[in-house]
Write a protein that binds this ligand. Structure first.
Ligand code: GAL
Length: 820
């Protein structure tokens, strides 16, 4: 056949006008009408996404492990209590629902964005599909199993989670959306559209769009239209094309004066594909896409749209703290807002596939993403982990990862693994080469990386040299030697820092240490603790600033997560991490401001620590740190100067030393980024810092006060209005304050919550890694003076009434949230 293409540009055609006559495809989010059971006898109504384990109770018996964590250098086995969160995620779970397929649709596809774990799907009693890996999206052609006469279909999903299958809390259940996609016999393949930018600058962009049409019989009858619309719905450029008999189309479209996507300007176009039979529209899809280029090379490191930059990234596990693994858009948006204000521009979805919702949020808010896949290959890191599946499933898993996410502009690299044990071996190198080639085959537009923790081994086996982007986890002191053996000429800090701290908890005397623990299961908020394999943030700042071959870093981690309570892996009741820059409730720890002072180059940071309410410490040494982007500052206690000090500029880090920092070196290097007054004697009253800019002029100040008696509850909502869609969330930070409004930093009263009106109580979290209070009961103690209450809208527009009660102090506070 003659295969014709016509390109045209109709600036005035509106996307939405065109959409109005298209009725063919139907995509249904199967969110409501599910039942859930652990025993097939007792069923409860639930909505998807759902995490069956997040309501607890916490108990050390869940997934109690007697193991040596070899990755942490342990040789002997010992009891690990909260390693995977101490929540009841192990065992079977069953979900069931019904759905109707109207007779006009002849094809039905089910898209599961992830179900934990090993989902087996039955439709009308017949097994319709199975997927081994709980983190991946998978699709089921439901067509042969459904009733085509419009009568209801039943669907059951059977899940099972094994003990010792995870190094962190995996969640449990259908924790990501399920979508039913209905079409006619000839349709645009769901994962068959592949959009990429071949070249782009401010003047022109060359875009490549591959499309697959399924079910073509007589191709002469069909044609397609590929259109690029701007974000207001105006057509920018389109191509009308015939369809070859194999249904595979390739289009190249030039766009003039494109708006380029970047974290600073996350502009999204709409790619609209329309399929016609004899000029009648029979299918249509719309995807949000971004125009941008990425490159990685020796001369320029990483460039986005031709501009060199270094990743200011964080690693994130998938759980959303008190919401568990159940994905929620409002919670993801909140995470990104908090991180972006810190100056963060990238996220590594450690150590597994991100959700589609997450990638959409990153596209629209502007975060670059590294999408990871596996925490192990053939050799298990825990007894029942993914190693059970790797041989049979890894290619299928990489395929689904890439097909599901390759159109997201935010996605800048794939990762095929984290600290894979076989990085020392030839076999490992071959697997790496194979998986990387598979990524390239499905997506030639992005490079592939992985996080390696054994630099010498990985360099010796050729494993590190194989990767498009050699990623190294920790051990900054090996960077200098490693780079001499890397033909790539650059390296990525794929995982960095692993500094540990508890929000608002300060330990005296302040010790700089990689092995310190305290009897209360907390870590020092002065940011002076790290692990034997890790370091303080400063080592990474120095490596990124001083070593031209570094292309950025991903800090472990942006937020605390459930499970892996290092350095308290053996201490009960620790059940969540201490690594976060923010705590499990999403509240910034002091460390947040240290990163902000370096990463946020648009706004200034002046942050003092610790708090200044220390009854009993009068006359005692109480060091004061200031995290600021300014170079110098003077500190005053009740008006008395404690000295004017400056950051010490020319301190070198460990990049090339070949040795990890000693505590003394770590402290010295901190002086390049922190202003520290180590001899301050505490007296209650006012602590003030005055900061000076590079020219020596006063640039700002920050004052904190000693708190008096708590006389009021303070409620701070992240948004005054949320949407009445039944999913949206409002996050309310709750604290106690004295009559002047100064927060009482050691308040630990138990508060209770009543949520009425057009919404409901969703969860609560105080960020205390040792708390066994459940997230889903409307009561909790303050931790270091704060907690976060989460309320959810229902489908009624109106008002959510929130009441917080402190019965001990007889305080009550109310707040109204509007829902629209
Ligand atoms: C890394 C590992 C992460 C986490 C971290 C804690 O080695 O990749 O998953 O365990 O250590 O520091």
């Amino acid at each position: 056949m003659t295969y014709q293409k016509r390109t045209y540009s109709l600036i005035a055609v509106l996307l939405f006008a065109c959409l109005s006559f298209s009725q063919v495809r139907k995509e249904i989010n199967l969110q409501n009408g599910w039942e859930f059971s652990r025993d097939s006898i007792n069923w409860q109504d639930v909505r998807i996404p759902h995490d069956w384990a997040i309501s607890g109770p916490f108990d050390k018996k869940w997934d109690l492990q007697y193991v040596a964590i070899t990755q942490n250098g342990e040789k002997k086995k010992s009891e690990k209590t909260g390693r995977s969160g101490a929540l009841p995620w192990i065992g079977h779970g069953l979900y069931r629902t019904t759905f109707v397929v109207p007779t006009k649709y002849t094809k039905a596809l089910l898209h599961f964005d992830g179900a934990m774990a090993e989902p087996t799907v039955y439709i009308n009693g017949k097994k319709a599909g199975y997927w081994a890996y709980g983190y991946n999206a998978f699709e089921i052609d439901a067509t042969p199993f459904i009733h085509h006469d419009g009568t209801p279909n039943t669907m059951e999903v059977d899940l099972q989670n094994l003990e010792e299958s995870s190094r962190w809390y995996p969640g449990a259940g259908i924790y990501r959306p399920v979508t039913l996609i209905l079409t006619g016999n000839t349709y645009i393949d769901h994962w068959g559209t592949y959009f990429r930018t071949l070249q782009a600058n401010d003047q022109k962009a060359l875009l490549s769009i591959d499309t697959k049409i399924k079910g073509i019989q007589n191709s002469n009858d069909f044609s397609a239209e590929i259109g690029i619309y701007d974000n207001r719905g105006f057509l920018q450029q389109a191509e009308h094309t015939d369809i070859p008999s194999n249904g595979v189309l390739h289009s190249e479209i030039t766009l003039n004066h494109p708006k380029l996507w970047s974290p600073e300007s996350p502009y999204l176009y709409r790619l609209v594909t329309r399929l016609y039979r004899n000029h009648q529209l029979i299918d249509e899809t719309t995807e949000k896409v971004g125009v941008r280029t990425i490159s990685f090379d020796k001369e320029n490191g990483f460039r986005l749209n031709g501009i060199r930059r270094k990743f200011r990234g964080v690693c994130l596990h998938h759980d959303l703290g008190p919401l568990g693994a159940a994905v929620n858009k409002a919670a993801l948006i909140r995470q990104v807002r908090i991180l972006k204000d810190m100056g963060c521009d990238a996220i590594r979805t450690s150590h597994n596939m991100p959700s589609t919702m997450q990638m959409e949020v990153y596209d629209s808010l502007g975060i670059m993403a590294m999408a990871e896949s596996f925490d192990m290959w053939i050799y298990p890191k825990c007894k029942n982990g993914y190693a059970r599946f790797f041989k049979d499933w890894s290619d299928k898993d990489i395929t689904n990862l890439v097909l599901n996410h390759r159109n997201h502009p935010s996605l800048v690299m794939w990762s095929i693994g984290n600290e894979i044990p076989e990085q020392w071996s030839k076999e490992g190198q071959q697997i790496a080469a194979h998986l990387q080639a598979l990524c390239h085959q499905l997506d030639p537009s992005r490079p592939v990386t992985q996080g390696m923790d054994r630099a010498e081994d990985a360099l010796k086996s050729g494993f590190a040299q194989t990767m498009d982007i050699p990623g190294f986890n920790y051990r900054v002191y090996k960077y200098g030697k490693s780079i001499t053996q890397l033909p790539q000429g650059f390296l990525l800090g794929s995982e960095t820092a692993s500094t540990v701290s508890s929000r608002g908890v300060y330990k005296f005397p302040v010790e700089w240490s990689n092995s310190k623990t305290y009897p209360d299961g907390q870590c020092n908020g002065y940011d002076t603790q790290w692990c034997s394999w890790s370091n303080l943030p400063e080592e990474d700042f120095i490596a990124q600033e001083d070593a031209p071959y570094t292309i950025g870093q991903f800090v472990w981690t942006g937020f605390d997560y459930l499970g892996e309570p290092t350095p308290y892996d053996n201490y009960w009741p620790s059940r969540s991490s201490y690594f976060g820059i923010c705590d499990l409730a999403g509240l910034p720890k002091d460390r947040y401001y240290l990163y902000r002072s370096v990463w946020n180059t648009k706004e200034h940071t002046i942050h003092l620590l610790p708090h200044w309410t220390w009854p009993g410490r009068e006359g005692k040494i109480t060091p004061v740190f200031c995290y600021t982007d300014y170079p110098s500052a003077e500190l005053f206690v009740n008006g008395k100067s404690q000295g004017k000090i400056s950051k010490i500029k020319n301190i070198e880090g460990e990049v090339s030393t070949g040795k990890p920092a000693t505590p003394a070196e770590a402290q010295e290097r901190a002086g390049r980024y922190r202003l520290m007054w180590n001899k301050v004697i505490y007296e209650p009253g006012e602590l003030k810092v005055v900061v000076y800019d590079r020219t020596g002029n006063k640039a700002g100040e920050e004052i904190i006060h000693t708190a008096g008696k708590a006389t009021q509850i303070v409620l701070n909502a992240d948004r005054p209005v949320i949407s009445a869609d039944g999913n949206d969330l409002c996050f309310i930070t709750v604290s106690l304050a004295d009559k002047e409004g100064t927060m009482v930093p050691d308040a630990n009263d138990e508060l209770t919550f009543q949520v009425t009106g057009d919404g409901n109580f969703k969860g609560v979290c105080n960020g205390d890694a040792t708390s066994l209070e459940v997230f889903t009961q409307p009561r909790m103690k303050l931790f270091s003076g704060q907690l976060v209450l989460i309320v959810q809208s229902n489908n009624h527009k109106g008002t959510i009434h929130v009441k917080v009660v402190d019965s001990k102090k007889r305080l009550v506070k109310t707040l109204d949230i509007k829902t629209l």
